[in-house]
Design a protein around this ligand. Sequence first.
Ligand code: CMP
Length: 134
Amino acid sequence: MQQTYFMIKPEIVAAGDQKVGAILAIVGAAGFRITGLQMKQLDRPLIEDFYGEHKERPFFQDLCDYIAGGPVVAIRLERENAVAALRELIGATNPAEASTGTIRDLFGASLQNNAVHASANPEDSARELGLIFG
Ligand code: CMP
């Protein structure tokens, strides 16, 4: 069993419709078990730390503003091969390039507003789960 970090981003939470539930249903149907879940407003220093690998990228400030713009749903997931399996399930970073039927294909609006985040590798998973869940 492996753990990974999954995050439903502010624009999906703010939509106030059935999208959060629909995304959780997709993840559940793919065999993931939810072992932690919190809806929370992340503060700016935490967001800057969380996305620290991107701090030299031109989109960093916009990314931090966007994630600070409202609560996220932060989720710890468990499954065999969870990190790679979740990355496959969510699709490419840019929804326009995400495979048909992936979460970002179905729910992503733009390269920035791409609906969800999932840890890229086991090291990031441990770091991100530590930052968010302690
Ligand atoms: P995420 O997988 O959470 O990782 C970094 C985030 O930065 C990404 O999803 C997008 O929300 C955002 N982003 C904005 N512009 C870019 C870009 N050019 N390349 C990668 N990520 C970007």
